[in-house]
Write a protein that binds this ligand. Structure first.
Ligand SMILES: Cc1cc2nc3c(=O)[nH]c(=O)nc-3n(C[C@H](O)[C@H](O)[C@H](O)COP(=O)(O)OP(=O)(O)OC[C@H]3O[C@@H](n4cnc5c(N)ncnc54)[C@H](O)[C@@H]3O)c2cc1C
Length: 417
């Protein structure tokens, strides 16, 4: 059991000037054999290892991370957690994920600062209005919240939204509010999972890049090569977001994924202006305000294949122009930081979670907006790895769908394409 975090333990360790806290996770020796290797200590890798140990008693696990724990996209995303998706297959999966996030602070005894503040989609074209009404009806069936707002209700709820009037190129036509949407603290999610994995006997190895997948004579996965030596396991999970094909291609295995750059930037802190997540799918911008007062702003991905980690000037300018068309007063904001991350995106913008054609080699990939999916992604992939049977929530997201063109067409937050 990890040490409990509570007021009592805070006071007790405070008496000792906080020198007596045990490390939240260890740095154990790397063994040459495990039952399961998980590649990537981002959200999906950590969640998979956590549920393998918690739900299935598989604790002889190594999570191999090329950098530091939680330093990938889990640290680079804009932490929007929501379940307002379009397809029957997607909505129950994301509803489950949102529920698991809501319970995470208690379950893992780690404050993830979950803030259920809701998200408003601002609608500026009739095509988008039809899309969102359809989404509302499907979401109703699955018990997810999505309510229509009039323009007057929207402007009352978000006074800073003064653009998009009747004379604008894209006037605001209405809005939809998704009350289940939330933000939380991404570092806390990674650290909470790491602490729990360590407490159950799993091992997290940072600074351990996997350079090659190894296949046995029988065709099954055998293990991985790292600069620290060969590590063997009968089951290997690839959870490396954006870099999936770099690894699968070491075995000549091709997957229907493209790697793209998605970016965000933040403003200087300002007084509280916006207490919901605002998403403008027609304009192509979304934003929320942090507890510190900074506005966190994101746009659509750069449409080309890319591994850059900063923002392309054209994407930046378009995102800022979109924001100013709806929030003209924000032209006085100073921007402080910008960054980007690497996502791999499947042709239907839905995830891939499956065992590959190499027996024992599993993949979790295609996570365009995959932060919100971390708990349910880990739960369902762990089920497949441990039992050999797909979890019902993930069945539609297997690789089989590409053979039969049984696509689950979805979209990211800021684009309907
Ligand atoms: C700017 C931006 C904004 C976003 N906003 C949102 C949002 O608001 N909501 C949302 O739901 N999603 C959002 N996302 C998407 C989300 O961040 C990702 O889909 C999700 O984090 C991917 O899963 P992960 O956490 O496991 O990835 P990561 O944290 O990237 O984990 C993968 C890990 O694998 C490691 N790795 C890579 N190659 C190797 C190797 N060869 N050997 C060992 N380790 C390796 C990496 O170092 C990394 O730590 C956003 C992404 C970006 C970039």
């Amino acid at each position: 059991m990890p040490q409990r975090y509570s007021l009592v333990s805070l006071l007790r360790h405070g008496l000792n000037r906080h020198t007596t806290w045990a490390p939240a996770w260890r740095s154990p020796q790397l063994k040459d054999r495990y039952d399961v290797i998980v590649i990537g200590a981002g959200g999906h890798g950590l969640a998979t290892a956590y549920y393998l140990a918690k739900e299935h008693g598989v604790t002889n696990i190594a999570v191999l991370e090329r950098g530091w724990l939680g330093g990938g996209n889990i640290a680079r995303n804009t932490i929007t957690i929501r379940s307002n998706y379009m397809r029957d297959a997607s909505i129950p999966f994301y509803v489950k994920s949102v529920a698991l996030y809501e319970a995470m602070t208690r379950e893992l005894d780690f404050n993830t600062m979950h803030s259920k503040r809701g998200m408003i989609d601002v609608i500026q074209t009739w095509g988008m209005m039809r899309d969102r009404r359809r989404r509302q009806h499907i979401m109703d069936i699955h018990g997810a919240t999505y309510e229509q707002l009039s323009v007057a209700e929207l402007r009352h709820r978000v006074p800073a939204l003064t653009g998009g009037g009747p004379e604008a190129r894209l006037p605001v036509l209405g809005a939809f509010v998704h009350t289940d949407a939330a933000v939380n603290r991404h570092d806390a999610v990674a650290w909470a999972y790491a602490r729990a994995i360590d407490a159950m006997g799993g091992a997290i190895h940072q600074q351990t890049p996997v350079t090659q997948l190894l296949r046995g004579r029988d065709g099954r996965i055998e293990g991985v090569e790292t600069p620290r030596g060969t590590v063997r396991a009968p089951k290997v999970v690839i959870a490396v977001s954006g870099h999936t094909t770099s690894l699968t291609e070491t075995l000549g295995l091709k997957l229907p994924l493209r790697s793209m750059n998605l970016t965000a930037f933040v403003s200087e802190p300002v007084r509280p202006l916006i207490d919901v997540i605002i998403n403008c799918p027609d304009a192509g911008v979304y934003l929320s305000q942090t507890d510190k007062g900074e506005l966190v702003i994101g746009g659509p991905p750069d449409p080309g294949q890319s591994y850059r980690r900063d923002i392309k000037q054209g994407v930046f300018e378009e995102t800022v122009a979109s924001m100013l068309s709806l929030f003209p007063a924000f032209k006085r904001l100073k921007l402080l930081r910008q960054w980007g991350g690497h996502l791999d995106i499947a042709p239907d913008a839905s995830p891939i979670q499956d065992e590959t054609e190499v027996p024992g080699l599993f993949v979790t990939a295609g996570w365009w907006g995959g932060y919100k999916a971390i708990p349910a992604g880990g739960l369902t992939l762990a089920h497949l790895v441990a039992t050999g049977r797909p979890h019902p929530l993930m069945e539609p997201f297997s690789l089989r769908r590409f053979r039969h063109l049984d696509y689950q067409m979805e979209t990211g937050t800021t684009t309907a394409r």
